[in-house]
Design a protein around this ligand. Structure first.
Ligand code: K1U
Ligand code: ZN
Length: 181
């Protein structure tokens, strides 16, 4: 398995709509495993392929408490039902380091996807799992959590990150650059 560099916004690759996976073959299953390793190392509770520069509809999620692991690997995830009830949650994002803000999303969802063995599955999710899956599917459509905020707040966060990247050009670069910090 391999650790993959995570892109930091603003980056045009984070704004693209990712392409559906035709089949979860060995290469896609390997990508899922590398993304999980990268997510656990970050650490994070989710990761979408565009965040590691791969424009494919693949996400991984694990919202288990520390010390437990229940990884979910999903290709072509689709929300087929969402509750009218919304819940606010203070979100973070590995592509927006050190930035947090409240986003409201449906409390409960049903998601259909292909698992790491190319089997079609459906999952009913609520709470943090539902929030995280929706955040990751947003990445596949080129949307970041800041796109749910006012343009004033979004631009403030993106300007801060532009400054952080200027001050530390290794942010979001491959691991050799991180190791050299
Ligand atoms: O997509 C991402 O960038 C990952 C992101 C997922 C997420 C967080 C919060 C709400 C919705 C989606 C993160 O994992 S940010 C880091 C984080 O939340 C966390 C890190 C360590 C322990 C617990 C949480
Ligand atoms: Zn994110």
């Amino acid at each position: 398995m391999a650790l993959l560099p995570i892109l930091v916004a603003p980056d045009p690759r984070l704004k693209l709509k990712a392409k559906p996976v035709e089949k979860v073959d060995a290469a896609v299953a390997r990508l899922m495993d590398d993304m999980l390793e990268t997510m656990y190392a970050a650490p994070g509770i989710g990761l979408a392929a565009p965040q590691v520069g791969v424009s494919q509809r693949v996400i991984v999620v694990d919202v288990s408490p520390e010390g437990e692991r229940n990884p979910l690997r999903m290709a072509n995830p689709e929300i087929i039902w969402a509750s009218d009830e919304l819940r606010p949650y203070e979100e973070g994002c590995l592509s927006l380091p050190e930035q947090y803000d409240e986003v409201e999303r449906p409390t409960r969802i049903t998601v259909r996807y292909l698992d790491h063995q190319n089997e079609v599955r459906e999952l009913e999710a609520d709470g943090l799992l539902a929030t995280c899956i929706q955040h990751e599917i947003d990445h596949l459509d080129g949307r970041l959590f800041v796109d749910h905020l006012s343009s004033l707040r979004r631009n403030m966060i993106l300007r801060k990150l532009t400054k952080m990247k200027k001050a530390d050009p290794s942010l979001g670069q491959p691991n050799e650059a991180v190791a050299a910090r």
